[in-house]
Design a protein around this ligand. Structure first.
Ligand code: NAD
Length: 310
């Protein structure tokens, strides 16, 4: 089986690449290295089953060799990144998604979209089920990401209905693990890199906002299972165990044996107050639920951060 993974030089994409190469699949990565890094793939560069194309998916309109599945993961994903690259974010989810869907259609390949919990915006129902249509302020700066992902989902569903293309949509909730960048604006790597350096831990608001954190190995397993079933509507993937940001900071401080103080800062615009997936559908359709406890996963990523000395 041959799989094309866009965004394969990024955090989640590069773990997908490892996962499928370990199973002897052929992998083609298309990535323009906007927020990813070749370093995430360097251990695979000499693998005969691996090909790396450095390109912007917005400019790619064909792939010559046959393949079976296209997993579209290219997109700036951290708040720092999508606010720094607002137009690139909107373009990759609109033009880029359209191009990748057309290519999948030409090859009669299955298409999987990496969507996000951000499609729910600042949710008014809790936990979020897939049929909740969200509460997004389309005029806020964050909307470049949220609305683009919503549009991408609509494009995917339209190709599914109009052309009977086999498609799947995974709505990914906060995921953490090795290969995240220390200062990409996501809460887990930010807190760890500051705690390791004994610097103040930035907490937005009073830290009572909740998040759920899924370890990367659980997420890869969930995405893989979703790729294998014939189901086109979105599936939530994430860890339903909820923690306040303050609890997370305290746990990271303990595990890093750090004496960093907390530094409270104003809440950013449209920062969601709660986020927790309802994963009943993933349980039922994929027989999937996260296995890695928060403390266990944090120990792994802290070890990785210390070894790479970021
Ligand atoms: P990441 O920034 O580490 O990876 C994204 C990759 O896409 C990078 O390698 C980047 O260079 C590449 N890219 C961006 N624009 C591109 C373009 N126009 N052409 C080609 N490549 C391009 O982010 P990630 O955390 O690995 O996220 C991967 C996907 O999962 C994204 O689509 C993101 O929206 C989604 N997602 C991630 C999370 C999470 O917690 N990490 C949560 C929800 C959704």
């Amino acid at each position: 089986m041959k799989i094309v993974i866009t965004g394969g030089a990024g955090f989640i994409g590069s773990h997908l690449v490892d996962h499928y190469l370990e199973s002897d699949y052929e992998i083609v990565v298309i990535d323009n290295l906007l927020t990813g890094s070749e370093k995430n793939l360097e251990h695979n560069l000499s693998n005969k089953n691996f090909e790396f194309i450095i390109a912007d998916v917005c400019n790619v309109t064909q792939i010559s060799s046959a393949f079976d599945i296209l997993m579209h993961f290219a997109c700036p994903a951290s708040p720092f990144d999508f606010l720094e690259y607002p137009l690139e974010t909107m373009k990759v989810m609109s033009v880029g998604t359209y191009n990748m869907l057309e290519i999948a259609r030409n090859h009669q390949a299955k298409f999987i979209l990496a969507s996000t919990s951000e499609v729910y915006g600042d949710p008014l129902i809790h936990p979020q089920t897939e049929d909740y249509t969200g509460n997004v302020n389309m005029l806020s700066p964050r909307a470049v990401y949220d609305e683009s992902k919503r549009f991408a989902e609509t494009l995917v569903m339209t190709f599914n209905r109009k052309y009977k293309l086999k498609t799947g949509i995974v709505r990914i909730f906060n995921t953490y693990g090795e290969r995240m960048r220390g200062h990409d604006g996501r809460v887990v790597p930010t807190l760890i890199s500051e705690a390791i350096k004994a610097q103040p831990l930035p907490i937005f608001g009073d830290g009572t906002q909740t998040r759920s954190f899924c370890y990367i190995s659980d997420m890869i397993e969930g995405i893989d299972r979703a790729m294998r079933i014939d189901y086109s509507l979105p599936i939530n993937l994430g860890n339903p165990e909820e923690h306040t940001v303050l609890e997370l900071a305290q746990l990271i401080k303990k595990l890093c044996k750090s004496n960093s103080p907390m530094k409270f800062m104003p809440l950013p615009d449209s920062d969601p107050k709660q986020r927790k997936p309802d994963i009943s559908k993933a349980k039922e359709l994929l027989d999937w639920s996260p296995q890695v406890q928060l403390e266990q996963g944090l120990i792994q990523i802290i070890k990785w951060f210390r070894e790479k000395k970021e």
